[in-house]
Design a protein around this ligand. Structure first.
Ligand code: MN
Length: 190
């Protein structure tokens, strides 16, 4: 069995002007596709061949002999999740999610600032996340391909802060990209 690149949940120009069609052509069409294709090559004929993506991530996390498989499986999962974390007309959460954020962070603004700070201060490539930890919401950041799933945590929202996620549209202005994500794109209703 091999994994397929899932379709984007919207057209490639749906997130403009905050993320351009050009960025999605490269980020989804080249970067994400390559992770899926590399994973398929690496697991062919191995014990991982018939596992789900989630099982492969849990089985390979932290094991030096499986670094290549972990990196590609986790990036395949992270990207598929990231696309679902955005929508046209997204932004501040509403309803139950807003109430949970206000309860666990004190206010939406405190969550916004903490998430943005995690995204901006992640040194080098990685991801910022809203996760559920012991029934409470928390912000975390991960390096490279690392993912909350590998730490037994449930991911609720993520933003990709690898340079390939924003460089064509924002160059080195990562903070502006993260602000646009939180204010205009974030999708909490998945
Ligand atoms: Mn990426």
């Amino acid at each position: 069995m091999s994994f397929e690149l899932e379709n984007l949940p919207y057209a490639k120009n749906a997130l403009e002007p905050y993320i351009s069609e050009k960025t999605l052509e490269f980020h989804y069409g080249k970067h994400h596709r390559t992770y899926v294709e590399n994973l398929n090559k690496l697991i062919a004929g191995t014990k991982f061949e018939n596992m789900s993506l989630e099982e492969i991530i849990k089985e390979t996390a932290g094991k030096a002999e499986y670094t290549g498989i972990f990196n590609n499986a986790a990036q395949a999962w992270n990207h598929a999740f990231f696309w679902k974390c955005m929508k046209q007309g997204g932004g501040k959460p509403k309803g139950e999610m807003l109430a949970r954020i206000e309860k666990d962070f004190g206010s939406y603004k405190k969550f916004h600032d903490e998430f943005k700070n995690a995204a901006v201060t992640q040194f080098g490539s990685g991801w910022a996340w809203l996760v559920e930890k012991d029934g409470k919401l928390a912000v975390m950041k991960t390096s490279n391909a690392d993912t909350p799933l590998a730490h037994g945590l449930k991911a609720l929202l993520t933003v990709d802060v690898w340079e390939h996620a924003y460089y064509l549209d924002y160059q080195n202005r990562r903070a502006d990209f993260v602000e646009a994500f939180l204010t205009h794109l974030a999708n909490y209703q998945k």
